[in-house]
Design a protein around this ligand. Sequence first.
Ligand code: AMP
Length: 454
Amino acid sequence: MTQFTDLGLAEPILRALTDEGYESPTPIQSEVIPAMIEGRDVLGIAQTGTGKTASFVLPILNRIIEENQRPQPKTCRALILSPTRELSAQILENVRGYGRHMRISTTLVVGGVKPGPQIRALSKGVDVLVATPGRLLDLMQSGAIRLNETRTLILDEADQMLDLGFFPAIRKIVGHLPAKRQTALLSATMPKPIRALAHEMLDDPKQVSVAPASRPIERIEQSVVLLPKESKKDLLLELMSDRAVERAIVFSRTKHGADKINRHLVDYGLKSAAIHGNKSQAQRIKALDGFKTGAVKILVATDIAARGIDVDDVSHVVNHDLPNIPEAYVHRIGRTARAGKSGVAVSMCEPGEYEYLRDIERLTGLNIERVFVGDEAKFLAEARNATPAASQKKQSRPSGKKRPFTADGGGRPQGQARGQSGARNAGGNGGGQGGGSKRPRRRARTGSAAPVRA
Ligand code: AMP
């Protein structure tokens, strides 16, 4: 088995890895680190949980040690672009952690906070800059930072950056970097626009594709409760009141929905906080810190806000709404069962979300344990007549040609795109899914090995 000492990393980095307690590199690290140390570009398909962050951070640090130069004012030597503030902050934390035995200057440039401190931090120049594209572009335009000295560029979570509409900003940013540079692009999926971007920006890249190192999905006890929309609130309270819940993330498809769910939980006396894109940076930090320390037991989140959350002891993930993009399901439930632990993921599916459930099962190749609350035949009849609950929302990658990832890292065909579904066009407006019992008939279990039963 490859060891960190085989990869060509400098001693201060190896020491930091020993401090972290890492015994050996993950598969993506074994491939990406030597390639980047050789100076090659990299195109990686990898999700969070594979150790991908260290795979690009460690070679950056190694290069900084080898080159042993101070950065010029208002420049950075390495630039890491990521889609969200949280993920950027987490990457920066990693850079500082792995760089703790070396002299290194780092800073974070993200939106939602005043630019003044960021501009001051950049004025002397930094070794490693972690940024979200929008704010970085603003600071470039105001002259606070120039990228003509940047030798390494990382584009992390490229598919998420595509979804958020960052590609024009990325193209502008990259236009200011020297042509002679090292670039790595990482993405959980590889739809066409990302391949095209990679083609534009990478030079003969080493291509790496890995399944999640720990395959957390296999350790997650998954179930889906099929129920009328109006029963969701009660079921959520039941699930969240269970003593087996130590720390839970509840996912909502919309920001507004996240606020409503959070208010509902707080009104019930549960320690809950919401995190989404309309919250200020201070509110987001407060919610995340509270969640990490345990002061907040339940975090209600949208997909984008949750992307960067790396907290080890999340015992439960609840999908209050099923995501309309099936990959998001895998990302969501992967928030539990981290660091070798097991976890419970319960999803709620109203009739209008049934198509999403089918998409998720096609993508993952799983038959998720189903529990009906109320009348099964009635639910299925309503599902057949329902418009998907979020059909009016944009489909981020409408081509349906995403490279699917699956529980075993393989590439099963994804099946038909949602737009081709017969159910979608069968009428109805997604509302009015009345009927069924108001309350789940029996308590859904959250802590045992058995799936939820109704
Ligand atoms: P990432 O995929 O970068 O989000 O990393 C997922 C988790 O794996 C993080 O909590 C890292 O601290 C951890 N990790 C990264 N590399 C290793 C390694 N070689 N051995 C054990 N854990 C690791």
